[in-house]
Design a protein around this ligand. Structure first.
Ligand SMILES: CC(C)(COP(=O)(O)OP(=O)(O)OC[C@H]1O[C@@H](n2cnc3c(N)ncnc32)[C@H](O)[C@@H]1OP(=O)(O)O)[C@@H](O)C(=O)NCCC(=O)NCCS
Length: 318
């Protein structure tokens, strides 16, 4: 058995076999279009690799994707050392081949490969939809996964915030946001944020449903960035930096109003340790254990220990 990089033709073949796992409610044609468009996005072009676990006779036994993502070590004096981490997505074994250890083998070989992928390698992360046990076998450890959920509400979204942000301002808004004050963290690039917006654009066209009128808001120095997950009718917060409880409430009220106008069912914000105290007082906030997307981390560098409370913003999801 060996690990190889997929060609474009092999990627297309994997799209067809993994359609039942991730395709619906899109048609097969819609799903293939989605995958093609996402792979053509500049962020994916720069950072995506598709991996295949192949038998000696070349049969593909399992597959997954990795997206390189920036991560940072914070020294005691506050200075940051940039490194590479790898977000793993779309782990897949065809039904007829399941239960034989192929996904585990794939994850183990991939970790050895990634350890050597870059001189500044930090970690691998994944968002498990099948719980923790499968990936614990390969050295991954879960972090807490809580969501804050809010109902959409009628009203003018720009009320109470300084500005609503169009998609063209996501990058400049990101640049103003505070990096977490922790020893190790991940931080997305503007292109990475836009990859989420590309998902919004694709689903908006294929489902079809209208796009929300804004992709974020600012209130003083506080900022929230969000996008529509069309499939689950959710306005999902990608990045959140509220400096006060009042600003947190104002930004989330704006998000709820944008969601209402777009006909969405909920607003969801992934909890990060620093923001949790600010959210408890936001009117209508409901904290609940996340279903799916359980963040799991694995160090790829000797001596680098990853804290259980490492913040994972939704922008890191792949
Ligand atoms: C999850 C998946 C990749 C596992 O592939 P595999 O080659 O059968 O994996 P392995 O043989 O190495 O390990 C199988 C283990 O995964 C567990 N597992 C598989 N699907 C699971 C699920 N939906 N929930 C919880 N555990 C699951 C099995 O219970 C099994 O555990 P066991 O060995 O203790 O019985 C495969 O079932 C799959 O492709 N599923 C559909 C796509 C998917 O959900 N991918 C995961 C995204 S995070």
């Amino acid at each position: 058995m060996r690990l190889v990089l997929a060609t474009d033709a092999q990627r297309y073949e994997r799209d067809l076999v993994n359609y039942p796992a991730w395709g619906p409610p899109l048609t097969v044609e819609g799903y293939v279009t989605r995958e093609y468009r996402l792979r053509s996005h500049p962020w994916a072009q720069a950072e995506l690799k598709t991996w295949l676990l192949c038998a000696d006779n070349q049969e593909v036994l399992a597959s997954c994707e990795t997206y390189r993502t920036d991560s940072f070590l914070r020294a005691a004096d506050g200075s940051l050392e940039a490194g590479d981490s790898y977000a793993i997505a779309s782990v897949f074994t065809e039904e007829r081949l399941r239960g034989k250890g192929h996904a585990t083998r794939l994850m183990d070989l991939l970790a050895s490969e990634l350890e050597r992928a870059s001189p500044r390698v930090h970690s691998a992360l994944l968002l498990s939809d099948v719980g923790a046990p499968l990936y614990r076998r390969s050295g991954y450890r879960e972090t807490p996964a809580w969501d804050w959920r809010f109902e959409p509400e009628p009203g003018e979204p720009s009320e109470g915030v300084d500005r609503l942000l169009p998609e063209t301002e996501m990058g400049s808004a990101l640049a103003r946001m505070r990096r977490p004050e922790v020893p190790f963290f991940y931080w997305p690039t503007p292109a990475q944020l836009d990859w989420h917006l590309e998902r919004e654009r694709i689903y908006s066209e294929l489902l079809p449903r209208p796009r929300p009128e804004a992709n974020g808001a600012t209130a003083g120095e506080s900022t929230a960035l969000w996008y529509m997950v069309g499939k689950s009718s959710t306005l999902m917060v990608l990045m959140f930096d509220a400096r006060t409880p009042e600003a947190a409430a104002a930004l989330l009220r704006s998000a709820r109003r944008v969601a209402h106008r777009a006909g969405l069912s909920r607003v969801v914000l992934w909890e990060e340790p620093a923001a949790a105290p600010l959210l408890a007082g936001v009117p209508g906030a409901v904290r609940e254990a996340r279903e799916g997307s359980l963040p799991m981390l694995r160090s790829l560098r000797p001596g680098l220990a990853l804290a259980e409370a490492t913040p994972i913003p939704r922008a890191l999801w792949v």
